[in-house]
Design a protein. Structure first.
Length: 511
């Protein structure tokens, strides 16, 4: 294994350890590098497509951060100076390889690329806690906050009331956001720290009181020096701000678009959010495939949320899963019923697995109705904040956070006392896209789906080399209505791997 440690922002070194001493050849890269034989164990590393205890399309796919512990022998104290805190390993890279003791380094296979969360001296050992790369996305998406430093009537940094509050960022297309007023003297509001493609509407107390759009500002200085006419607004798109000509009487809301339709899909926004956090290892083919599966326009407003929270909302909007594979590459796929696709699949059977159990998953009753929530109003207008001209229909619509598309079909045959209703909140913006997703989800959840726990699966089996979550396998077994010769196609939705013992526990999902 290789651990990267830093003694300064740009000064790093790689520390190498193995279960047995190993030295690369002078012609290898790295050349003549020694791996100290101090690895006592690599604790099981777990990765999952769902939160604990959940599975299937009825749940919201949420990537779970996997955790493991590497233990190094240190009875002689030789590692004290490495792990005494003078070298920083936190959030740095760890790579774990598998190679035969007497084999060439060129045959080493990468088993896991992850991040170190902590390294600590523990008596005669060193414990290194590791997490997969989702850990990099689990903090607040942006640390940009308002300073509250305005010297009115100038400035766009807000007054004391905004000091320390997160700045909003819009991705895609959003409706009915309530932007902070960053200059109370000149009635300037910030919709997004990201540049906007367009401001699609500004309202004072409802859609019937829409302000008239004036010409856009070229820069911040012009916005500060030139007021709009009464009853109008003007936008500075590069700064994500608007200035209104009349102070709002009721609740001011706005609709806006930050990205083109082609860049507002789930795949493109997942890539953009990851890229904003410095993630560049993204599987390009997955992005293309997810776009082909669903190219609907989405939108999200981020103001203090973690990157994971935002990416989860985007992924579940199109029934997708995302996460890092064992090589540290960001993957994304739409969640589908597993089915054979012609190519031979890895086989999990009694000859390479210790036990198999059919575990409860809450999917033994089919779904009759799927409701997909879409066109989110990020700031619903409360009863007392409407203009007097607002109609009853307008009030009813704008006071609700979500619009709802529904698909219903009773199971046939139907021996169930109470078929289920499934609901999903999405960032879809159009009714047609929400209706299509509701029908698709119904097709997945309208049948009984099963989850199996397979324990002690031999990852040393060449047929299972490189097995990972979000991969299809063929399950052969003599019980549970499965076949031994003709298997059932299942999806690996969770994997807990012991790399030294070359065993894994799996959760498998399918029909």
């Amino acid at each position: 294994m290789e651990l990267t440690g830093y003694t300064d922002a740009s000064t790093s070194a790689v520390y190498r350890y193995a279960t047995r001493g190993y030295t690369t050849a002078p012609t290898d890269t790295p050349a003549s590098a020694h791996y100290d034989g101090r690895v006592l164990g690599i604790g099981s590393v777990s990765r999952s497509m769902f939160a604990a205890g959940q599975s299937g399309a009825r749940s919201n796919p949420r990537s779970e951060v996997g955790v493991g512990v590497i233990t190094l022998a240190n009875p002689d104290g030789a590692l004290d100076s490495v792990f005494d805190g003078s070298i920083s390993f936190r959030e740095r890279q760890v790579c774990i390889y598998a190679v035969e003791h007497d084999a060439a380094y060129s045959t080493a296979e990468l088993q896991l690329r992850a991040r170190i969360s902590q390294a600590a001296l523990r008596g005669d050992t060193v414990e290194i806690s590791i997490k997969d790369r989702l850990y990099e996305l689990s903090s607040q998406h942006s640390t940009a906050t308002y300073g509250g430093t305005n010297a009115l009537p100038d400035g766009t940094d807000g007054g004391p009331e905004l000091a320390g509050k997160p700045k909003p960022a819009v991705y895609g297309k959003v409706f009915s956001i309530s932007p902070p007023c960053v200059n109370t003297s000149k009635q300037i509001y910030q919709l997004s720290t990201r540049a906007l493609a367009s401001v699609d509407g500004v309202y004072d107390g409802g859609s019937s009181t829409e302000l008239t759009a004036g010409s856009t500002y070229a820069d911040e200085a012009t916005m500060l020096s030139t007021a709009p006419s009464a009853g109008t607004y003007r936008a500075w798109l590069a700064g994500g701000m608007i200035r209104v000509g009349t102070a709002p009487v009721f609740q001011l809301t706005a609709d806006c678009t930050a990205d083109s339709a082609g860049n507002s899909t789930a795949a493109q926004l997942l890539r953009a959010l990851a890229g904003a956090r410095g993630i560049t290892d993204i599987d390009a083919a997955d992005v293309v495939a997810l776009d082909a599966a669903n190219d609907a326009v989405l939108g999200v407003l981020i103001s203090g949320e973690t990157t994971l929270d935002a990416m989860d909302m985007l992924a579940r909007s199109v029934g997708a899963w995302y996460g890092f594979d064992r090589e540290g590459i960001l993957r994304m796929h739409r969640y589908e019923l597993p089915s054979a696709v012609g190519a031979a699949l890895p086989v999990i059977a009694q000859w390479n697995t210790m036990t198999l159990e059919n575990v409860p998953n809450g999917e033994d009753v089919p779904t009759e109705t799927v409701r997909v929530k879409y066109a989110r109003y990020w700031s619903p207008i409360p009863a007392g904040s409407f203009a007097g001209s607002a109609s009853d229909a307008e009030r009813a619509d704008l006071s609700q956070e979500w619009r709802v598309a529904e698909f219903t079909r009773a199971p046939s045959p139907n021996p169930y006392s109470r078929p289920l209703v499934a609901e999903r909140e999405t960032l879809l913006t159009a009714e047609a896209d929400a209706s299509a997703e509701a029908e698709r989800l119904h097709g997945i959840t309208a049948g009984v789906r099963r989850t199996f726990a397979a324990t002690g699966v031999s990852t040393a089996d060449p047929l299972l080399a490189g097995l990972d979550i979000d991969q299809m396998i063929e399950l052969r077994w003599s019980r549970y209505g499965l076949g031994e010769s003709t298997g059932t196609t299942m999806l690996v939705i969770e994997m807990t791997e012991d790399m030294i013992q070359q065993r894994a526990d799996l959760l498998l999902w399918g029909s």
